[in-house]
Design a protein around this ligand. Sequence first.
Ligand SMILES: Nc1nc2c(ncn2[C@@H]2O[C@H](COP(=O)(O)OP(=O)(O)OP(=O)(O)O)[C@@H](O)[C@H]2O)c(=O)[nH]1
Ligand SMILES: [Mg+2]
Length: 393
Amino acid sequence: MITVALAGKPNAGKSTFYTAATMADVDVANYPFTTIDPNRGVTYVRTECPCLSREERCGNENCRAGKRYVPVELLDVAGLVPGAHEGKGLGNQFLDALTDADVIVNVVDAAGATNAEGEPVEPGTHDPLEDVDFIEEEMDLWLTGIVGDNWEGVERKSRSPDFDIEEALTDLLTGVGATEADVTAVLRDLEYPADPIQWTDDHREALARAIRRRTKPFVVVANKADVAADGTIDRIREGTDKPVIPTTADGELGLRRAAEAGLVAYDPGDDEFEIIGDVSTGQREGLDAIRAVMAEIGGTGVQTALNVAVYDVLDRVTVYPVQDGSKWTDGTGTVLPDAFLLPTGATPPDLAYAVHTDIGEGYLHAVDARSNRRIGEDHELTEGDVIRIVSTN
Ligand SMILES: Nc1nc2c(ncn2[C@@H]2O[C@H](COP(=O)(O)OP(=O)(O)OP(=O)(O)O)[C@@H](O)[C@H]2O)c(=O)[nH]1
Ligand SMILES: [Mg+2]
């Protein structure tokens, strides 16, 4: 499963975002370092279910009237402060918690109501722009530290006659999520001595930064948009080359709870909601305030942030394998039972392997279940494809 990690300074709203997105109960409070141990849960990206092109909705548990929710893992870690890689704040063990992340959602407090350490300050007295870049910098320096600490091992291997630098660096970096393809691509663009003994700290840092950039891409969430000063979100957008999504994590949490209590009709990612239950005057005022922010930023932003991270930054498409090409079911009759988030460019054999190694190994051919046509091995799968795989296994 894809892992999305929330990172950011303390008190930015990471756990609020996490609770809203997973509906798991975790501690949220207006002081720094509320979270210490990482929280790990399941959330969803939202897409259009292929059943929308058929007469009846599929009734799958992850489909709500054609809104399809595809599971991804969400990670909520302790807040980071500048200097974390050298042990500041709660130290660099919290950077370690980000090693298995595929994409980082950098949660920024756009209200400017907390300082760099996450302590509450007079709203607007801290510039949120200062909180955007430091997480990437901390991760770069943290990875530089890991490379440095393990360099002796690479030097030792280099004495062997069949030494291969790409292989040695892949061994060193698999723990942080880098593949051999990542290492190859990064080394292609770097200038470095063939002999690891001649590498300097600068070489190692350049390697670490390039690997980090490739394996831990970022999106920026401008949270607390409900109380951010006018113009702040535009300034954050101008100050970074990453996608910036304004959010009200608190608003999303309120809506999810209200929906659970039967007070509102709202599906995550909707840009509006309807009050359907008996609400008190106070509840109505709270909901009206959320509605006003949603109108301004286009929904609460929480679902948008997850979707941008997975579909845009990680460049994934949703593909649905089925066993029965006309009913779109699996062996037990469940319609559109599974959804896979494959990298753009993935082919039917890639889907077969994603379903199961055995299916991949026994791959014979595939059928596009929308058109009922056979598709070739090199056919690029696209968003919403429904595919029947024919395999000897
Ligand atoms: N106004 C407003 N407040 C928010 C929003 N999201 C979170 N908060 C508040 O910000 C404070 C910190 O929220 P947390 O979710 O605990 O923040 P965190 O980033 O997990 O903090 P640490 O675990 O300490 O790193 C709490 O008082 C939340 O209620 C939001 O969208 N709008
Ligand atoms: Mg927290």
